[in-house]
Design a protein around this ligand. Structure first.
Ligand SMILES: [Zn+2]
Ligand SMILES: [Zn+2]
Length: 167
């Protein structure tokens, strides 16, 4: 048996002839595996920037996309993208660009930066509620625990959480 070439990406052993190796490296499956390998090494903010330019892959959603890492549509679910965003926010908060105060510090900061006035909220029936506090936008820059985070309308869009037993 002559010399063998082992492709690290495909875990495949080939005859170590330049033409054979070159043909293998041009192969679609090989290129997909190379691409997927480098995707794992990318920073989350790079992935987010790239995926923001892509439309979701409908075939991938059906489990029928054969392009793998070479697909020009996005294979990331909203949940995966949210996780990446969270990872980016945590990295930024820890990177020193925005020093994250310890919990007591956060509380003092919350008092110090408290916006003046009352928060007013109306429901669909026109009932008015006044809250003695407002969400503090100064806090958007911190990676906050969930209880302190700003809530979006989306946070209330699920019809019912079955775990709460209110079926
Ligand atoms: Zn290969
Ligand atoms: Zn695809």
């Amino acid at each position: 048996m002559g010399k063998r070439y082992l492709c690290d990406y495909c875990h495949k052993s080939l005859v170590a002839a330049p033409s054979v190796v070159r043909t293998h490296q041009r192969g679609l499956l090989h290129q997909q595996l190379v691409q997927e390998h480098y995707q794992q090494c990318k920073d989350p903010d790079v992935i987010l920037a790239e995926e923001a330019l892509k439309k979701p892959c409908l075939r991938f959603a059906n489990g029928s996309c054969s392009f793998g890492g070479l697909c020009r549509y996005s294979h990331y679910s909203n949940e995966e993208l949210d996780n990446l965003r969270r990872a980016v926010a945590v990295t930024k908060a820890n990177s020193g660009s925005v020093p994250q105060p310890p919990p007591e510090g956060l509380c003092q900061e919350l008092q110090r930066l408290r916006p003046p006035g009352l928060a007013v909220s109306y429901n669909a029936d026109g009932e008015t509620s006044l809250f003695p506090w407002k969400y503090n936008v100064a806090f958007d820059k911190y990676a906050l625990p969930p209880s302190l985070k700003r809530m979006d309308d989306d946070d209330f869009s699920f019809p019912c959480n079955p775990e709460w037993g209110l079926g």
